[in-house]
Design a protein around this ligand. Structure first.
Ligand SMILES: [Zn+2]
Length: 224
């Protein structure tokens, strides 16, 4: 029986809040990926609207636009018929469906995103695989590891940060891989495209994103 009370990893947030929302600019060009809270913030402030792939129209790809109020009403009508591929969040006294795509209504409300080196993006780049043992882990069981430790002058760059399982992280400690006699599964590099985008596109829940990032934007590398 596993020891109890020794699990120190943070409890992950509920799945719906971990979802991602694609942001289009006014001209329907994909420019951003944001979290659920940020997306609802933009909708509540009425600087963005929902762009929703209508149910049962996957072949024709009919999209409908909703402001926050109408999206909330549609959600309430639909709340009894939730589908497994949908994400829902509960507000104070109502439930609302998490949109997959929103569109900014004005110009230049959100600058184009630079690809940030952060936990979410590193885990996505590494496919949630510990880069020392090669094992696959849920996000909350992974930590970021500086290959050359910061205490030894290692920098926080795409080439020096990988994700590692807790066991490997502890084993490596403040040493370099050579000192710890641990080999990297592969040499880390800066991703050419937003790794979160690739990760999400592998999930049927985000099927509607393809409309906006297939073709030209995709080929241009979707600079976020
Ligand atoms: Zn490991």
């Amino acid at each position: 029986m596993p020891a109890r009370g020794r699990h120190t990893a943070a409890t992950p947030p509920p799945a719906p809040l971990q979802a991602s929302v694609l942001v289009l600019n006014r001209s329907y060009m994909a420019i951003h990926i944001v979290g659920v809270r940020r997306a609802f913030g933009l909708l509540c402030r009425e600087v963005a609207e929902v762009v929703h792939l209508e149910e049962g129209s996957r072949n024709e790809r009919t999209f409908a636009n909703y402001d926050f109020q109408s999206w909330r009403e549609i959600s309430q009508l639909h709340a009894e018929f939730k589908q497994p591929h949908e994400d829902w969040v509960r507000a104070v006294n109502f439930e609302i469906r998490v949109p997959r795509v929103i569109r900014l209504l004005g110009f230049d409300q959100l600058p184009r995103q630079k690809l940030q080196i952060n936990r979410r993006n590193v885990l996505a780049r590494d496919g949630n695989c510990c880069q020392y043992c090669g094992g696959h882990f849920p996000s909350h069981q992974l930590s970021l590891d500086h290959i050359t430790p910061r205490s030894r002058g290692g920098t926080t760059t795409w080439e020096n940060v990988v994700c590692a399982c807790l066991k490997c992280n502890i084993k490596k400690g403040g040493r370099t891989p050579n000192e710890a006699k641990m080999r990297l599964v592969r040499r880390p590099v800066k991703p050419k495209r937003n790794p979160l985008l690739l990760l999400r596109l592998g999930n049927p829940k985000y099927e509607s994103w393809r409309t906006w990032i297939d073709g030209v934007y995709w080929d241009l590398g979707f600079r976020i």
